[in-house]
Design a protein. Sequence first.
Length: 398
Amino acid sequence: MNGLFGEYGGAYVAETLVSNLNEFDRSFERLMADSTFIDEYHTLLREFVGRPTPLTYLKQLSTASKEGPAIYLKREDLTHTGAHKINNALGQALMAKKLGKERIVAETGAGQHGVAVATVCGFLNLNCVIYMGAYDAERQRMNVQRMKLLGADVKLVHQGTKTLKDAINEAIRDWVSYADTTHYLLGSAVGPHPFPSIVRQFQSIIGKEAKEQMIQAIGGLPDYVIACVGGGSNAIGMFSAFLEESDVKLIGVQAGGAGLESGHHASPLLVGQSGIVQGMKTYVLQDDDGQILETKSIAPGLDYPGAGPEHSYLKDLGRVEYTSVNDQQALDAFQLLSRKEGIIPALESSHAVAKAVELANQLTGDKTILVNLSGRGDKDLDQALSAIETRQKEGASL
Ligand SMILES: *Cc1c(COP(=O)(O)O)cnc(C)c1O
C-alpha cells in the first residue's frame, strides 16, 4: 500500500475514490519536480500570504522565572487570514489550477479552513463550494459571511448531526460526481494517501523558515520545538525541519478538554487506539466496538478524533513526545500571552503556549524553546471571554 508511515496511513477508501486519489498522487509528484510550479508557489507565499512570517522573542515570558530559558514564537498568526491553513490551501488550489480543474470543493467545521479555501479561490479565480454542517454554520455566522463575501457557494448540510462529519460525506460525494473538473481540498495532514504527504509538504515552509530564523537569532537550533496537534498539519510542518536533528526535542500538544480522565477531550495520541478513520489508519478515539467517540475541546481546530498518520508513527518511534493541555490551562495561556506580550493567540495555539510556559519553569536559562503560534485569537474572543467569565463566577461562589 502507498503512503505508509510504519503501519499507519494508507488509503482505506471506496473503489470509486481510488482512481481520483491515484491521479492526484501522480500529479503531485510531477508538480513537485516542476521548478516553474515551485517558483510560482513561493512567489505567491511572499506576495499574497505574507511570508516569511517573523520569529518573535518573548521578553516577558522568557525572563518571568529569573533565569528562565528563551522562548521564541513562529508567527503563523501574521499570515493573510491569520493562521497556517492558508499555506496548504494555496498550494493545493494552485495545483488544481495547473491540472486544469476549475472548481474546488472542501468541507469546514468551525469555518477556518473554509475561509482559507474561499480566500485562495477568490485570488486564483476558481469556483469554490464549501460544505458545512447546518449546526456548525449557526455557531459560526461570521465565517459563513466571510466565505460568501469571498465568492464561495456555502452549502449547508442538514443530514446526521449537521456537523463536520456530515459535511465531509457531502464534499466527497460531490468530488466523486465531478472529479473531471473538481479538486477536493483537504485541510489537514489527515485522510487517505496522498493527502497527509501533500499537506505536510505545503506546511513544511513553517519549519524551513523557523530553522533558518533560529540559526540567525541564536546561532544554533532550539532545544525544544512545541506545536499543537489537531489533525496535525501545523505541527508536522514545523517538525519536518527538525526530525533529523536528534538533539532537538519535539513536543506535540493535544487538546485535553475537560481533562483526560473525564473522557471529554480530543487526545487520540494519548489514549486512543490504532484504527481506521477518514480513509487512514491512525490512533483514533473509539469505543470497544470501533465506533468513533465524540471529542471535546474549547479549541475548535483541535476537536478531532484522529490525528494524522505520521504523528501516530512518530509517537510509536518515540521521536515526538505527545502530551495534552486542558481547556483551563489553554485559557490561562490565552490571557497570559495577550497581557504579557501583546499577542492574542488562537485557542488552538494557546495549548502549545501553555506547554511552553510549563516547561520553561523547569528549565535553566541556557535553553531555548520554539513554539509554533499557528493562528491569531480574534476568532475566539467571544468563546474565550465567556469561558473566562464563567470560571470567575464559579471561583467567586466557592
Ligand atoms: C485548524 C487549526 C489548528 C489545527 O489544525 P492542525 O492541522 O492540527 O494544524 C491549529 N491552529 C489553528 C489556528 C487552526 O486554525
